[in-house]
Every structure is written in C-alpha cells, then in structure tokens.
Design a protein around this ligand. Sequence first.
Ligand SMILES: Cc1ncc(COP(=O)(O)O)c(C=O)c1O
Length: 390
Amino acid sequence: MKLSKLVDRISGEGAEAWDIHVKAQRAADEGKDVIVLSVGDPDFPTPSPIIDRAVTCLKGGDTHYASVPGRDTLRQTIARDFEQRTGVKTERDNVFVFAGTQNALFSTSLILLDHGDEVIALEPMYVSYEACLQIGGATLIPVAQPADNGFRPDINLIKAAVTKRTRAIVITTPNNPTGVVMTREELSAIATLAIEHDLWVISDEVYTDVIFDGEHISIASLPGMAERTVTVNSLSKSHAMTGWRSGWSIAPKSLSQHYDNLALCMLYGLPGFIQEAAIHALTDQRDASLDMRDIYKRRRDLVCHELAKAKHLPVLKPQAAMYVMVDVRHYFENGTEFSRVLFDATGVSVLDAGAFGKSAYGWVRISFTLSDESLTEACRRIVSFLDTLA
Ligand SMILES: Cc1ncc(COP(=O)(O)O)c(C=O)c1O
C-alpha cells in the first residue's frame, strides 16, 4: 500500500547510533553488568512535591480535556519566569503549552517553514532536529560548529549558508551534545544576520538550568529579536521530568492563533494534572532544580578527572548539560565502531556523537546521568580498555 512522502522526511540517518543504546538498555533490563551512559534521561526522581501535586489533582478529578493553549496560570507563570530571567516583556499570550520541547519545536517548524524553504541548524545538533525541521517539507541546512573550534558557532560559516530561501536559523544553547553555552558576542552576530535577512530564530533552551560555567543568554533578549524569535523549553531536564512531557514555546503573539489551530488537531491540550504539577515545579521547586545542577557539576568534574587518566583521549569539558564529549580518533575512525567495541569489551554504553552531525565524527558522547560510583566504575573500565588497545 502507498505511504505518504512524509515517511521519508522523518526517517533520519541518526538511527543506527541508537543500536548500542537499545542493546545496552535491554542488557540492563535483564540484570546484566552494564553501565548505560548513552542516553540523556536524568537519573533523579521527579521531586516528590511535584508528584504529590499531580496525584492530588488526579484524585480531585482533573482528568478531563484541558485548555488547548495551556491554563492561564501556567502560561502566566512561564511568562513571568521568562521575563524575570531575560528582561523581555512576556505575557500569557506569548506562551503556548506543548508536550515537551520536542513537540514545541515540531509545531513551530510546521508553522514557520514551508516546502522549498531552507532552515539553518548548527551541528552537532539534537538528533531529532533533522526530521522535526523537515516535517513540513523544508530543507535542513546543517552548518558546522567545528570540533577544532571547541564546537563553537562560526559566524562566517553561518553567513555563507544563508540563501534567498533561508527562513530560519535554529540554535541550541546550551548545546546537546557539546555542552557549549553561546556567548553574547556569538548570539549578537547571529541576531544581526537574522535581522539583516529577515529570518526567524528558533532557540532551543532546554538545558538553561543545567549550566556550570558561563551565563545563559536568550537570543530573544537582544535588540530587535523578541519579535522574530521562538524560544522552546520544558521541565524535562530542569526538574527531571522527561516523562511528563511538559514544555512550551515563547513566541510573538501573532503565532498564537496558528499554534492554537495546530494544537486543536494535534494535541488538544496537555493533561490538566500535568499542567498543575508544572506550575508547582516553576513556582515552589526551583531549589530542587538547583540541587540537581550542583550534582551534575560534581559528576562532570569527576568524569573529566577520571578520563584524563587515559592516554590519547581528548575530553571537552562541557560548560553545561549532562554529557562529556570525547575524541576517540586516536583509536577508531568513527564513534559507532568505538561504541560497539567498548560495549562488547566492558559493558559500558556511550553514544556515537557523529549522529549529531559531521563535526562530531570520531567523537562519542558520554552521559553523566548515573551515580558517582557508577560513573567512576565506567571511567575505570574505559581507561583500562584503552590501555589494552594502546
Ligand atoms: C537539545 C534538546 N532539545 C530537545 C530535547 C527534547 O526535550 P523534551 O523532553 O523537552 O521534549 C532534548 C532531549 O534530550 C534535547 O537534548
């Protein structure tokens, strides 16, 4: 039977990199001695007051259709929070509630990008961008953030990629997988380009609350940018709430009606009890988020310290997020092969960073979403494995 052309647009190249993760997760579920460092799901439980709030709402009957754009209180809470952090005047109608950053990005892509349009995204980039940005028929133009530049954006490369068809630039700060936090200068250069060519900027800021070094700047806060920027974010990483699918977009009010039309036929509102839990997370559970960030910082330092014991293994110390990038080119040409051999020899699963873009070929991404003990043991296994290769 014939299928739609969409099925091709959503089948990205990155899928193979996940094979090791799937294998490792299966082995972990069977109780085997494996250490899974190939996924970015926080190991912390969602703070219990947030869970309690959801349970109370469920028991109280908050189980019916909820407001499609999101409840006023939640939208106002998100708006206030964003305004306080960025100084950008933000009101309820700038905020639309979605099922995670992923869903906000998907919806934004459908609303802003058409067949024939080009959308620039800086790679390494989150694996699902490829399908998400091309879902409506636009063409993704990946622009390198080169490894020898510490995976930082290079404005000349971005400029060179702009054509008459370019409609938007997608940035991720902090970045997954590199942990790079963009500076004001870097963001200003992108903003200038966006204004000059009348482009949208879509800014994925899902790791905002997991920064160790550097300052988070939302590109929307730069002059002339709020009216052309869509900022997407969620509680997934900040509050260990990946499974709750609680996210949003912050955008010019003119997009609100279009989001509404799309959400009416796609999502029909996030469950009310999740929205109430999200309000609680954003108002009363900020400290929980800060505590998690401090633990991630300690783990980042631990992993970098332990991996420094290996010979010929350059490690990029991340400014943010929950991953360490490691250059394995001394041992293997590509990260997929390294990950496969490492897993078979040691039971430690890491992810081929090449799945995030060409700039990261020959690198792997190691998540620090496990306890200090597990991370120390994983690093010990990696270092002694590399010793045997040497
Ligand atoms: C850069 C980036 N964007 C979006 C997402 C998806 O986040 P959410 O759970 O909010 O959909 C992730 C998840 O790892 C991510 O790393």
